[in-house]
Ligand binder design. Structure first.
Ligand code: SAM
Length: 284
C-alpha cells in the first residue's frame, strides 16, 4: 500500500477510523458495562462543542471506550482530558490517541464510582461523557452534590432520564432527580440521539443534557435535609404530603404549617423553592 493510500484510510484526526480500531482490537461491546459506541464523528463533535470552552483546566470523561468522544474533545481543543475507563481492553486504543495528542490525554483505569472526580486534574473541571446507563444516574447524583467543583456537566443519558432531570412541577417526570438537578444547577436538554446512532443500538433513545451550576441555589436549604424531605415526599407520590411525610418519623403537620404548605397537596405540585421551605422547617 502506498503512503498516499494509507493516509486516505485515516480519519481527519490522523488516527484510524473507530470502526477499524474496534475490529483490530476485537472490542466486542459488553452489555454488562453499558457499552454502546458512537462512531459518528458529527455526533461526537456536536457533544464536544456543546460542552463549551475546553482550553483551560481539565475535561473529565467517564467511559471513553474506544475513544470516539475522547478524540472529538481533543480535536476541539481540550487542554487536558482525563478519561476514566473500567474496561482495560480499551487501553491500547486510548494509548494510541494519547500518542497523537502528547501530554493532553491521561487514562485512569478505574471504576468511576470509586473516583473523586472533583479531585482530578486542575480546575476548572468539567465532565463530558456518553455515560454507561447502568451507573449513569448514580454518577450524576454524586456530581450534582458538588456544584462548587465543576464548571459544567455535559452528558448523554437515556432520554427518559434527561426528561426527569429537566422536568417541571406538575409533570409526571418531576421527582427527586429534578429537584437534585435544578436546585443548584441549571440543566438544559440539548438534543436527542436515536438508538440507531450507537453500535450496538441500545433499547431506548438518548439525549444530551448540559448542566451548569447556578450562581446561588434557587432557595436556601441544608442539602441532606432537603434530600430526606424530597425522598419521603416522592416515596409515596400519590399520597398527600401530610401522610407521605409521616415516613420521616414524626407528625408532619406542624412542619408543613411552618413552611406555609397545605398538607393536602401532593409532592409533584411543590416547586423546588417550596421543598426548600419544607427542608428549613424540618431543620428548624
Ligand atoms: N465514550 C464511548 C462512546 O461514546 O463511544 C463509550 C460509551 S459507552 C455508552 C460507556 C463506557 O463506559 C464503556 O466504555 C464502558 O466500558 C464504560 N464504563 C462502564 N461502567 C463504568 C464504570 N463504572 N467506570 C468507568 N467506566 C465505565
Amino acid at each position: 500500500m502506498s503512503s498516499g493510500t494509507q493516509r486516505a484510510a485515516l480519519a481527519a484526526d490522523g488516527l484510524p477510523p473507530l470502526r477499524s480500531v474496534v475490529e483490530r482490537d476485537g472490542l466486542l461491546a459488553r452489555k454488562s458495562l453499558g457499552q454502546h459506541f458512537l462512531f459518528d464523528l458529527n455526533l461526537t463533535g456536536r457533544i464536544a462543542a456543546a460542552a463549551g470552552e475546553l482550553s483551560a483546566g481539565t475535561t473529565i470523561e467517564v467511559g471513553p471506550g474506544p475513544g470516539g468522544l475522547t478524540r472529538a474533545l481533543l480535536s476541539h481543543g481540550a487542554r487536558a482530558v482525563v478519561a476514566v475507563e473500567r474496561d482495560r481492553r480499551f487501553l491500547s486504543a486510548l494509548d494510541e490517541i494519547a500518542g497523537r495528542y502528547p501530554g493532553r490525554l491521561a487514562v485512569l483505569e478505574a471504576d468511576a464510582l470509586d473516583v473523586d472526580a472533583h479531585a482530578i486534574g486542575e480546575a476548572p473541571r468539567r465532565i463530558v461523557a456518553n455515560l454507561p446507563y447502568n451507573v449513569g444516574t448514580r454518577l450524576l447524583l454524586e456530581w450534582l452534590a458538588r456544584p462548587e467543583a465543576f464548571e459544567s456537566v455535559t452528558v448523554m443519558l437515556q432520554k427518559e432520564v434527561v426528561e426527569r432531570i429537566v422536568a417541571a412541577p406538575g409533570s409526571e417526570a418531576y421527582g427527586r432527580l429534578a429537584v437534585a438537578a435544578q436546585w443548584r444547577w441549571n440543566p438544559r436538554r440539548l438534543f436527542e440521539v436515536p438508538a440507531s446512532a450507537f453500535v450496538p443500538p441500545p433499547r431506548v433513545a438518548s439525549a444530551v443534557v448540559r448542566m451548569a451550576p447556578r450562581a446561588a441555589p434557587l432557595a436556601p436549604a441544608e442539602p441532606a435535609t432537603l434530600e430526606r424531605v424530597v425522598a419521603a415526599a416522592f416515596g409515596q407520590r400519590r399520597k398527600m404530603l401530610r401522610s407521605a411525610l409521616r415516613s420521616l418519623g414524626e407528625d408532619p403537620v406542624p412542619r408543613l404549617l411552618a413552611a406555609g404548605i397545605d398538607g393536602d397537596r401532593r409532592a409533584e405540585t411543590l416547586s423546588i423553592e417550596e421543598f426548600c421551605a419544607l427542608a428549613r422547617a424540618y431543620a428548624g
